[in-house]
Design a protein around this ligand. Sequence first.
Ligand code: ATP
Ligand code: MG
Length: 759
Amino acid sequence: GQNGAPDYLKGLNPEQRLAVETTEGPVLVLAGAGTGKTRVLTTRIAHILATGRAFPSQILAVTFTNKAAREMKQRIGHLIGEGNVEGMPWLGTFHSIGVKLLRRHAELAGLKSDFTILDTDDVVRLIKQLIQAEGLDDKRWPAKTFAQMLDNWKNKGLGPDEIPEGDARSFGNGKGRQLYKAYQERLQTLNSCDFGDLLYHPIRIFRAYPDVLKEYHRKFKYILVDEYQDTNTAQYMWLRLLAQRPHAGRSASSDSAEGRKPDRASEPLRGPRGGPAPAGAEQPVSVNICCVGDDDQSIYGWRGAEVDNILRFDKDFPGATIIRLERNYRSTAHILGAASHLIAHNEGRFGKTLFTDRDDPEDDKVHVHAAWDSEEEARAIGDAIEAYQRQKHNLNDMAILVRASFQMRAFEDRFITLGLNYRVIGGPRFYERLEIRDALAFFRVVANSGDDLAFERIVNTPKRGLGEATIRQIHDTARAMRVPMLEAAATLAESDELKPKPRAALREVAANFERWQKALETTPHTELAETILEESGYTDMWKNDRSADSPGRLENLKELIRSMEEYESLRSFLEHVALVMDAEQNAEQDAVSIMTLHSAKGLEFETVFLPGWEEGLFPHQRALDEGGRSGLEEERRLAYVGLTRAKKNLHIWFVSNRLIHGLWQSTIPSRFLDELPETHVDVADGGNSYGGYGNPYGGGAFASGRGGGRQNPYGASRFDNVGAKDQGSFSNTYATPGWQRAQANRTEATDRNWGTRSG
Ligand code: ATP
Ligand code: MG
């Protein structure tokens, strides 16, 4: 407007406004969840555009997901008019912006602009060829392992000549470096790149061709980055190249000077980690870069993200304005209190204050519920969602955030039964996952040998050396004989039309299915399902797979088998699955969101359900095994992310029994539950207690009552007696043991058992 601030600035608090209006120079907004960081970024772009400081094409803005990028564009449109945001070509994720850059300069990376991006399978196949070409045994040196190594190197921006000597030696009898080189050359010939190259190539190009970099220095007047705490080293290098301009007279290519070591410390423009720049180095001039983030929400350390990047911002960008936002606009005081108390258990954090002006006595506390097992948990959450629906809440405003994707299965099944719309965000639905589809294909052929589609899917999975030619031959035989492919395969296996190797493979396939089909009459179907996956080599295939997602796939397979128990037979189970698969996912429809905690970052919902808060699941055993205290702290940050997604209603669940490593086990409530402050939490029993939704979850908490005595190696927990040992006595048990004492015992026990000693 004429007088005072334009509309889009109104309603911002003074610190937010400072972050928006400090358009020149480096700015870091370091603030807790829900304080308006993303809103600041959005408004800042609107401000830059509305005041004519830059054209849309001169703004580089990085979000964590493509969805977030779309939403940001929409919101900017709302703030300053749709017409003004058209053509923001550089608003996207690191990867989507990277592709665009690389297409423009493909030739500088030895590619053509129509290069293809290989998926993981392609990459692994390619590496396997290279390993064999080197005369190495690809069983001893698995391609997957090398693919993982490559990805790590590229995430650190390291080229073949820069990888640490130890790394280079550790693979393929010391041929690591050679393989890396051969791989990059091969990609060039194929006019292809992998995912890591989308950042790696631009970094290389910027370094080697100062003129190109200069072009972008002129182009990008403003750089903005959301979720800065989760940038990895390559992303950080890429940003710094674009955001720091050397003083006139200093050549941007001087960083290719000899003696450059492959670690970050020796990069140009910076001193040793966190230290001052080496003597003689010139201070860089920083462009107008604004990064926002929260060190407490750094949850991608396992994928190479470096939370240090955010804590070092003012060293990288001298003269940076650092802004703290402390007012949370998202959540109730109870939710915020619970989250803040939990995250305070982490050491080594920056530390922040968070407050809210919300003070509504009607606001519910954070609810903790117990259930017998995951079926019960899914039933209860389904009921709760329907109850909210009856109170006129939209399904769109509700989300279930799980720690591990296998947990989704129970909810998807339950919601199908209830006819409740849901959508899975950030990944396929449970039954659409690769490993689940494969497993189902085996079962379908066993249940119905005429299922050619299923047969074709798994005839060569795991790899049995059955090539396309053989499969075509099976096809032709099947058509000629008018029989299913399985039968044709069995016939071919006994003829001499095939070479010995595929013939032997087919014979085994045919014998396997014959055996399993016979067993169908005599063996319980869950047992049979497990046998099938083992005897076919399918489980082993994933066990031998070293990629980051194979443990999750094995978990999903176990969950699949577990879920079959609910059905009478293999056939009735497969029928159920067919119905589930058929359920439409309609983006327009009102629907509950189901996603992992990792993909919930940055989002918010009126009502949030957090199931599965048990030791071993959350915190996840893998994180504990691999990461020691830092693994545990990352899990706790993940819990903090989960809690802070909720605006009004927050329900946390744990079950007493879960299938772990294929065995039913009594579980121990998550230590994170004990880290929630009593004042903000209500502990209610889960099952059967939903009568009268006037106050659906209230009441009842801390009433007396005892469940069975679960063995808790960590000492007494106030959740020990929530939920009963056997289903019968489930309905009226509530928690209570002496709160403070339990807390103290717990801490002691925690130190003893988990090695979280201080120092
Ligand atoms: P996260 O760390 O989870 O990404 P964030 O800091 O990015 O959170 P936002 O998502 O930007 O926070 O904001 C949280 C909620 O608060 C949003 O609904 C946003 O619209 C609202 N909000 C932010 N600032 C204000 C304000 N000044 N007045 C009213 N509402 C606000
Ligand atoms: Mg945000």
